[in-house]
Ligand binder design. Structure first.
Ligand SMILES: [Zn+2]
Length: 134
């Protein structure tokens, strides 16, 4: 199995004559020996590269990929004061939602961007609210 490497030496392909310089990306395989900057030529020389890495790389760059994460809920009692605090947070989010919708009427409320704006506004509302409470 060959890999895509960064050329440490400049050289040329014995099969197609393609040349490469130091630092250039190329395909290299030790056994059976194959090397070229051109994937097709490399494959013709008997070289193989794992393409799943590249495809997995592609999927990981797609935004908002659904990733499963294990979460263990701590087994603790929630005090009433915290429940009250949570209600304040929920109220702040609701207020932030209305505000965001007022300011960005064309923006779909289901989008990630809307959620980001709403979240930021909720933070700011809570911040101002906590300052007033002091
Ligand atoms: Zn070649």
């Amino acid at each position: 199995m060959g890999t895509k490497i960064t050329a440490k030496y400049s050289g040329s392909c014995k099969t197609c004559g393609e040349t490469w310089n130091v630092g250039q990306g190329m395909y290299y395989q030790k056994l059976p020996k194959a090397m070229c900057t051109d994937l097709e030529c490399f494959t013709e020389q008997g070289g193989t590269v794992q393409t799943s890495f590249q495809s997995s790389f592609k999927t990981s760059t797609t935004p908002f990929m659904k990733e499963k994460t294990k979460f263990v809920m701590p087994d603790v009692e929630v005090p009433d004061t915290l429940t009250v605090a949570a209600e304040v947070v929920v109220a702040a989010i609701k207020k932030a939602h209305d505000l965001a919708h007022l300011m960005y009427p064309d923006l779909e409320t289901e989008t990630q961007l809307f959620g980001t704006i709403r979240s930021k506004l909720a933070d700011q509302i809570l911040y101002v609210w906590s300052k007033k409470g002091q």
